[in-house]
Design a protein around this ligand. Structure first.
Ligand code: IPE
Ligand code: IPE
Ligand code: MG
Length: 223
């Protein structure tokens, strides 16, 4: 079960209390910790988290460097706990524009957690799905080959913070994903909220283009 999350609403959440936007990101990092701990109990074995988009470089330098610092701090303080939880941490996105100290932190975290088998967490950093697709595509490539190069299909995509858009996240992988949009801001997103999203997902009928399975349902669409 692959769940992908657009962790949105940090800045607006902080501003609501008159706090700096970075406080929202800081609290957002706590939510990441809580979700990683809870995900395996819900049957999630793959979690992809949108942490920083390639378009997020357009934000004020102070916010960008604050975010990069938070990420580095997260890695430095969290890796041993992730190992204990048997979590494998990976990063997707561009690496050539990251601050000097973040790159070795990332590669070190990937190496140190490589044996984790319970949950794979992929953090999307300097990530653009369009750019990933352009970089991976080869002439004559099959769907399967591109999927292998890009990454696994998403089962459930969650976006917190109220917006209903993909913002250049996992465009290919979400072809048949179920979507869960919630107004809850990421810093306030709870374990119960994740459970609710999973319950909603389990209630959905994924047809992948076929007819509905229960043809007797009045709402069924038959051709
Ligand atoms: C998501 O929260 C985190 C990042 C994009 C890094 P935002 O910072 O986008 O928060 P809002 O959407 O402005 O509230
Ligand atoms: C998407 O959120 C990126 C992350 C959550 C990391 P944004 O807040 O950057 O997206 P837009 O600008 O509202 O589309
Ligand atoms: Mg946002």
């Amino acid at each position: 079960m692959h769940v992908a999350i657009i962790m949105d609403g940090n800045g607006r959440w902080a501003r609501k209390f008159g706090w700096p936007r970075l406080d929202g990101h800081r609290r957002g990092a706590d939510t990441v910790r809580r979700m990683i701990r809870h995900a395996p109990e819900l049957g999630i074995d793959e979690l992809t988290l949108y942490a920083f988009s390639s378009d997020n470089w357009k934000r004020p330098a102070e916010e960008v460097s604050g975010l990069m610092g938070l990420l580095e701090h997260f890695i430095a303080t969290e890796v041993s706990e992730l190992k204990r939880q048997q979590v494998r941490l990976e990063f997707i996105g561009r690496r050539d524009r990251l601050p000097g100290t973040l790159l070795p932190a990332i590669t070190g975290a990937e190496r140190d957690t490589a044996e984790g088998k319970r949950l794979r967490v992929r953090v999307a950093l300097d990530y653009s799905s369009r750019d990933m697709l352009l970089a991976a595509l080869r002439p004559g490539m099959s769907r399967e080959e591109l999927s292998r190069a890009i990454g696994p299909d998403v089962d459930l995509l969650i976006r917190t913070g109220g917006e209903k858009r993909l913002s250049d996240f996992l465009l290919w992988e979400c072809a048949y994903a179920e979507f869960h949009f919630t107004p809850v801001a990421w810093p306030e997103f709870s374990e119960r909220d994740l459970e609710r999203a999973m319950e909603e997902f389990r209630g959905r009928e994924r047809r992948f283009g076929r007819c509905t399975i229960n043809m007797n349902e009045p709402s069924s669409v038959s051709v």
